[in-house]
Design a protein around this ligand. Structure first.
Ligand code: GNR
Ligand code: NI
Length: 171
């Protein structure tokens, strides 16, 4: 297992569309384990493969509260098959936009079809934080980050703050 470096804005990689996974094999499972370790180390509740530099349609999520048993979820080639009319607003963060937050409105519930860790097809109905997190991660697979929903001026302010944060952390 390994903690991988996380790509931050304005890295152009984060704007790219990720490619479907062709085969769920041991190499892929090792990579997904590394994604999970990277996410726990950060710490975060979700991570898309592009955030650690690979343009593959893979997400890992664990929304278990602190102090409770971990509940890792792996999503390969996820597709949202349904979203609710009802919307929900969460104060979202992103490991690629460290220490910056914004209220983002999204469908409150969704259904997602995907391949699991063993390559078997699954479909789940998500609500609450899980629904928000799945949609946030799906955006990453399509080259979108939450600041893309903000005005141009706010977006540039967030990018400037991230650059400063990254610079200070390196220095
Ligand atoms: O750790 C994360 N927290 C979070 C909080 C609200 C909505 C979405 C998220 S996902 C984020 C981790 C991340 O950047 N995933 O891509
Ligand atoms: Ni994110």
């Amino acid at each position: 297992m390994a903690v991988l470096p996380i790509v931050t804005v304005p890295d152009p990689l984060l704007k790219k569309v990720s490619e479907p996974v062709k085969k769920v094999d041991d190499e892929l499972r090792t990579f997904m384990d590394d994604m999970l370790e990277t996410m726990y180390d950060a710490p975060g509740i979700g991570l898309a493969a592009v955030q650690v530099g690979r343009l593959l349609r893979i997400l890992v999520i664990d929304i278990a509260p602190d102090g409770e048993d971990p509940n890792p979820m792996y999503f390969i080639n996820p597709e949202i098959t349904w979203t609710s009319e009802e919307l929900n607003t969460y104060n979202e963060g992103c490991l690629s936009i460290p220490e910056q937050y914004a209220d983002i409105e999204r469908p409150a519930e969704c259904k997602v079809k995907f391949l699991d860790y063993d390559g078997n097809e699954q479909e789940i109905h998500a609500d609450g934080l899980l629904a928000t997190c799945i949609q946030h991660e799906m955006d990453h697979l399509n080259g979108v980050v939450f600041i893309d929903y903000l005005s141009k001026i706010k977006r540039s302010m967030y990018v400037r703050k991230v650059k400063k944060h990254v610079k200070e952390k390196a220095g």
